[in-house]
Design a protein around this ligand. Structure first.
Ligand code: FAD
Length: 342
């Protein structure tokens, strides 16, 4: 993670603080290591809006940000309680997500190993209920602590208060930009049962010749799969999956299947089917599409990439083209997973 300014900076570059790496500025930029610093920084900046960033791996700045960007660097990890089966681990929102996974794997605490190598910070993990390889963070979140900006007080959310959904939560909806998540308490298993339900994990474990996997094996398998499939933001700017996988009525999926018999689909809630957005984009002919330095990744059609000096506007234009082509061809509207700013 890039080092961060402790004092307020004006007209500061954001290039090092977001994974698309676009050349944009914030009217104000500062890091903070405790929520008590927020009111002071906000008052000093006197700017019209506020944005909290963790690792900047799920945002796209379409132009200079006119407000104050606060980099969350609240650190720390402590076991708050434990029972026979669980460890309750409180983690500061500024901790790196993957380092947390490695720490838990090392301790033998299960529950987040399938989420290995997801970029970003712990504080953003409840925002969109991060998920991958058959797991979602909602299944291990016990409590989220946040600073409520309008009321200037700490609020605690239990798991159901967070209203988690597929890449969704109350923090991405009603409470967007109203709270700053300061810590998350995870409920981890002391005698973990590795989750190998996802086909790619089983195949990778087989390739690694692991027949009785533990959580460390699952983590290694996920890391290997991700490194072979996903572009590294250090090499090519991106924010992972740009769109959510659309969930459509099964009757709609069946009609599409009649036209495209090879279309993959997975049962979702009763009467609904989830279709991989990457397949739709590839079928629409856009895999590897490039307009200047903005494009669709060669191997992963779900990932919009910055080949060098694309602006946020140019990247957004590619995303909009993808949405249009997919809508024209399949009648499906793709919803963006990445947070578009300002
Ligand atoms: C290569 C790559 C692969 C990825 N793979 C996955 C994946 O498999 N699964 C997945 O779910 N995601 C994935 N992502 C997306 C991203 O890593 C996650 O969404 C991650 O949780 C974002 O963390 P961050 O700290 O970078 O958030 P940021 O980008 O800094 O912020 C994201 C949003 O959360 C808000 N926010 C951040 N921190 C706080 C806080 N403390 N309080 C309040 N609001 C806050 C921001 O304002 C912004 O709206 C991937 C991204 C990349 C680049």
């Amino acid at each position: 993670m890039a080092s961060f300014p402790t004092a307020l900076q004006r007209n500061a570059s954001l290039q090092a603080y977001h994974s698309f790496g676009c050349k944009v500025q914030a009217a104000g930029l500062a890091g903070f290591s405790g929520v008590e610093q927020i009111p002071e920084l906000v008052a000093e900046a006197a700017l019209p809006s506020l944005l909290v960033l963790g690792g900047g791996s799920n945002v796209l700045f379409t132009r200079n940000y006119p407000g104050l960007v606060l980099l969350n660097r609240i650190m720390g990890m402590r076991v708050e309680k434990e029972d026979e089966q669980h460890i309750y681990l409180r983690v500061g929102a500024g901790e790196n997500w993957h380092q947390l996974v490695l720490h838990c794997v090392d301790k033998g605490w299960g529950g987040i190993e399938n989420l290995s190598l997801i970029p970003g910070c712990v504080g953003a993990s409840p925002m969109q209920n991060i998920g991958a390889y058959g797991a979602e963070v909602k299944d291990v979140i016990d409590e989220v602590e946040a600073w409520h900006l309008p009321d200037q007080q700490v609020i605690r959310f239990n798991n159901s208060d967070c209203r988690f959904g597929y890449r969704n939560s109350i923090f991405k909806q009603e409470l967007k930009n109203l709270v700053v998540i300061s810590s998350v308490r995870f409920r981890l298993q002391k005698q973990p049962k590795p989750n190998t339900a996802y086909g790619a994990i089983r195949q990778q474990l087989e390739a690694m010749q692991v027949s009785r996997p533990g959580i460390a094996d699952v983590s290694r398998a996920v890391i290997a799969i991700r490194q072979s499939k996903l572009p590294d933001p250090k090499e090519i700017g991106n924010a992972g999956s740009f769109f959510k996988n659309p969930v459509v009525k099964t009757a709609v999926a069946d009609e599409l299947l009649a036209q495209f018999p090879e279309m993959p689909g997975y049962p979702d809630t009763a009467g609904y089917t989830k279709i991989p957005a990457g397949w739709l984009i590839e079928k629409a002919g856009l895999k590897g599409y490039r307009q200047g330095d903005a494009g669709v990744h060669q191997q992963q059609a779900l990932v919009i990439v910055n080949h060098g000096s694309a602006s946020g506007e140019e990247l957004l234009a590619v995303a909009q083209l993808v949405q249009k082509k997919v809508s024209d061809m399949f009648g499906i509207s793709l919803e963006k997973e990445v947070n578009i700013l300002p």
